[in-house]
Structures are given as structure tokens and as C-alpha cells.
Ligand binder design. Structure first.
Ligand SMILES: [Zn+2]
Ligand SMILES: [Zn+2]
Length: 246
């Protein structure tokens, strides 16, 4: 399969080539050097692919036979010409790209949405074409992919209080979820942040609701989520009113 290289990635590779001795790209008998594996992780690409591309860039040469280019493809040569004479700019551009890549966080939700979008299209197609029963579809050894997960530091005491406050019930109005007993003998409910932590939400009791697994999934993904959110607010108001009326 043809793997596409992005300009940003090639700039980072070229930067690595320019700033490290050639020995640092030599692979050991059973492993790739750290500089390769680090970049592979950053690009979410296989080590071998990064290793191969680095080799191309290492031997990229403007003074090949007959004064013509040797090694690399068009985009590699363009980047070489753009940055070879201006290492300062290369450094600053590379630093910026690295920061951007480190911050381009793939969240669990993004992964699910991507997968489910394709899955939904497949369901549509298979229904349209008449699904033929088959056990031959699949992948006996699925490949892996690196994902960067930015996790917020949450306080266990806060979610513990939220669960107690909700009586280990789902706080969606009208839900009669009956929790199973989960880990550590605790009735299983999930913690939901009304304003997502990823959107700057607080890890505080007033921003937390307890939800059953079904409603938690639904509130994040379903078309009805706005209605559910309203219902959640309604429940919150009821709790507050109950306290006021006591
Ligand atoms: Zn949630
Ligand atoms: Zn529920």
C-alpha cells in the first residue's frame, strides 16, 4: 500500500537528518534507533516506513551523476531546496511543526466517530446490496496505530461524591437504570462532565452528572443529545429544588 507523506512530516525528517550524525540513523539488529521510533510515534506511522524515508533523505544528493538529482521524490527535493541554505528557518519551522503534531490530540471520541462513520456507510451499503452471509470477512491480525491521548488529571474524591450524590443512579430524568455491581463492589455508573474537560470544563461537582452507560453513550453521540442535555439540566434543577424545599 502506498503511504502518503505530508510536507510537514518530510520537513521534520529533513530537520532530523540535518541535525544528527549519520550513525544515529543506523538500525540495530532487531530494533530501530530512538530517533526513528520517536518520529514514527509522532507521525503515527510504522517505524520501518520512517526508517526507509530517512534513508532516502540521507542520500538525497544534488550532485549526483551528470549534476542531476539522485534520491528522493519531487517533494523531498523541493523541501531540500527550500531549507538547505536556511537552517535557521528549518529549525524554527520544525519546532513549530513538532509542537503542532504533539498537540494534535486524537481523543477516544474522535476515533469512535471516524470508525462509526465508515461503519454506518457500510451498513447502508450492505443493506442496499443485500447482505450475503460470510465468515470470511475480517482481519486475523489487526494492525495497530498510535494515538495520542491527552488525559485530564481528575480528582477521585469529586467523582466519588458525585456518585454518592446521585445514589448510584442515572441522572437523566425518567431513566430507571438498575446498576450492576462493578469493580470494588461499587454499583456501576459513569461520570459525565456537562461541559467537557476538553472544552475547558471544570472537574467540579456542579459540572458533573452521573449517567448510565447507555445514556452516557447517547449524550455524546446521538442526534437526541440536545434533548438529553436539556433533560439533564431539568434533573439538576429538580435536585436543587428538592434541597430548597427541604
Ligand atoms: Zn461524558
Ligand atoms: Zn440512564
Amino acid at each position: 500500500m502506498m503511504q502518503e507523506w505530508k510536507r510537514q512530516e518530510i520537513i521534520l525528517l529533513f530537520h532530523a537528518v540535518c541535525n544528527n550524525p549519520i550513525e544515529s540513523f543506523h538500525s540495530g539488529s532487531d530494533s530501530y534507533p530512538a530517533i526513528i521510533t520517536d518520529l514514527a510515534k509522532l507521525f503515527q506511522k510504522p517505524d520501518a516506513l520512517v526508517f526507509e524515508k530517512i534513508q532516502h533523505l540521507l542520500y538525497l544528493n544534488t550532485k549526483g551523476k551528470y549534476g542531476k538529482w539522485s534520491g528522493g521524490v519531487r517533494i523531498d527535493r523541493d523541501i531540500f531546496e527550500e531549507f538547505n541554505e536556511d537552517k535557521e528557518r528549518l529549525n524554527s519551522v520544525a519546532t513549530k511543526i513538532r509542537e503542532e503534531l504533539l498537540n494534535s490530540v486524537v481523543s477516544y471520541e474522535d476515533i469512535f466517530v471516524d470508525f462509526e462513520e465508515v461503519e454506518a456507510k457500510e451498513i447502508e451499503r450492505l443493506q442496499r446490496e443485500g447482505w450475503a452471509e460470510s465468515y470470511e470477512v475480517g482481519n486475523v491480525s489487526p494492525s495497530t496505530k498510535y494515538c495520542t491521548i491527552k488525559r485530564h488529571d481528575r480528582i477521585p474524591t469529586v467523582s466519588a461524591i458525585a456518585k454518592l450524590r446521585a445514589g448510584f443512579k442515572c441522572e437523566i430524568y425518567g431513566c430507571n437504570y438498575n446498576p450492576f455491581i462493578g469493580l470494588y463492589n461499587i454499583p456501576y455508573v459513569e461520570i459525565h462532565h456537562i461541559k467537557r474537560l476538553a472544552d475547558g470544563g471544570e472537574d467540579t461537582l456542579k459540572n458533573i452528572a452521573c449517567l448510565c452507560p447507555n445514556h452516557h453513550r447517547e449524550i455524546h453521540f446521538d442526534e437526541k443529545k440536545e434533548k438529553l442535555r436539556e433533560s439533564l439540566q431539568e434533573k439538576k434543577r429538580q435536585i436543587i429544588w428538592q434541597r430548597i424545599l427541604k
